[in-house]
Design a protein around this ligand. Sequence first.
Ligand code: GTR
Length: 328
Amino acid sequence: MATKSVVMRGLAILIGSTLAMLAQGKDLVLAEVHPQGHVIVQSEELLGTRLAELSKNDVRLQLKLNGELCDETHCWDKIKAGSLDMARVNLATLAKDLPAVKLLSLPYLFRSREHMWHVLAGDFGKRIEAEADKNGAVVLTYYDSGERSFYTTKGPIRSVADFNGLRIRIQDSPVYRELIQQLGGTPVVVPYDKVADAFKSGQIDAAENNTTSYVSSGHYKFAKYYSLDAHSSVPEVLLVSKKAWLSLTPAEQKALRDAAAESSVYMKKQWAESEVQSLAKAKKEGAVITEKSQIAMVGIEGFAVKLYSKFITDSNDLNTVVNILRTK
Ligand code: GTR
């Protein structure tokens, strides 16, 4: 009798804790540098809603905004180490570890964003996923990041001479460091959330970004000369650490992938509108926009292509870049 009641009590505890675990579900923390209202954050909110629906509330997303948990370089390091579940970063952040991302970041590589998406959808995209996997990360999906262009406090960039002496903020990427040096400026690595302060304190005279971030970050208030040279179209990437990925059941993994894919479709639809609105806002508030047709691109590209010989290190890379250039 006594034995039975011990067994029954044990069973009750086991059932109780199992039910509690089921009721609790799993929380995935997603680190993000952008603030509420940014189109990327809106897409992540959708991701969270759809993930909860598709997993029947079994997996929930906890969004941490404004770089509260880490800047992008450190978020990537944490993803690799498995100490952060998820992060959305610009793919350029991975260039220091993924040779494929170095190639993708080469300036003026893509004719258009459609070109870039075609390349990512093919073998090159698989190569990025494999290299991310080797680093402990799973690529869930990509978001649009438009094209990045330079903005300065000093005056418009119209030719390569205008880079002379500029201290230009860059993301932490060996490719961008080299690009700025080739163009005659001084690269300064500053985390995204510190760029406005760097403008204020005079640490930098210029930076580069897409239209949406130029405006949502408030950089347009410090650097009003925005010259649309469109030197790179490196997309945003949504990552989950392998550790967090492997803690999910196959059904939960599917829910996460499906929710991510849906959020990406939504994001890409919203992106164009967000760019148009941002540019209009910047112009209205005094930004001076220089169109690509007003920039002496041949001279600039002449310096930029020197990066190709630096970062294309073997015949494999060469074939890859030639294939990218040939992709329709
Ligand atoms: C933004 C991008 C961020 C971050 C930032 C930067 O456009 O969405 O993820 O990479 O640029 O320049 O640091």
